[in-house]
Design a protein around this ligand. Sequence first.
Ligand code: SF4
Ligand code: SF4
Length: 380
Amino acid sequence: MLYRRMPRVKEELSILGFGCMRLPMDGKTVDESAASRMMNKAVERGINYVDTAWPYHGGEGEAIVGRLLAGGLRGRVNLATKLPSWLVKTREDMDMYLDRQLKALQTDHLDMYLLHSLSADRWENLSRLDVMSFMEKAKRDGKIRYIGFSFHDGLSVFKKIAGAYDWDFCQVQYNFLDTNYQAGAEGIKYAAGRDIGIVIMEPLRGGSLTVPMPEELRRMAADLSYRAPTLADLGLRWIWNQPEISVVLSGMSSMDQLQQNIESAAHGWAGGLKPGEPIFVDKAVKFFQSKMRVLCTSCGYCKPCPQGVDIPQCFTNLNNAALTGNWAAQKANYNYILADDRDGNKASACVECGLCETKCPQHLPIRERLKEVVAAFEKD
Ligand code: SF4
Ligand code: SF4
């Protein structure tokens, strides 16, 4: 395993982090013995960063991770979880959630504590409640060690939040198809310039880059002078190629995925892409873009929708399904992300007022495409 250091974090962190939002399932519940075998193997192979959050696995995720780490593994990993920012209404809520999280995770401290899934509205609400004094007190009290945030909004909001505090780290969505998505490449450079450590989520675009390489791409890969990599391997190493990134989280569901990711991580040096690979990535990006249903860049300018429809998320899932052909997985992801207790609404909440279309720089027929989203993900 290779390790990197964030400017404000003392420990060396494994470049591959174990994301615990897609643990192996046995029917509708997590298969804890399979998950435990994976966690043991991960730690044995040098992974020392484990990430979970309040809503994962229907709210059971933290207690499950607590059990997976009990019995000796807790002291060998940097444990990350997140304040569920959309549920916080008062300062007392912050203390209550942190204490419940520590209990569920069977630990007296969290190494990495993030404000979860910040957007402009959530940051405004948390700032009004003086969330940073809560975070700093938690740090002084020894309940948390490093302070960060995860993010889902546009670039200008990212810069505003990243510039508002000397964060130890942040967690953003990034992969070779999404260099202009949310914080994107520019946001990452901006954060790195402020000595903020970078953790990447969705490095394989919610599974889009785990599919077997399509035949057209395979032919393009024939130009490469070595055995064509898998898309997943290339996707991970493309991120590790960038020195400002420290940890890449992968939500692993099987021992096979863990093993493959560990093999990729063994070659995850900064500047480690082989000759020809950057050009192949450019070709792959163009190929995937040609398959997309909606040329939405997820810029977020159409937000807020008066009905709360999370338009970029709707189109992300539609495009991912068209790219991968895995409509069931994207349907599950859509219904998880836009579940009732979160603050984005599904496409079916659209009343066709047309306001979003007046703001979309791509001039997309948003109302029509949202009907496709409803048909794809909200019907049995
Ligand atoms: S057309 Fe639909 S999605 Fe667009 S702003 Fe109106 S309600 Fe929201
Ligand atoms: S629908 Fe248009 S405005 Fe909304 S995120 Fe996509 S590209 Fe941006």
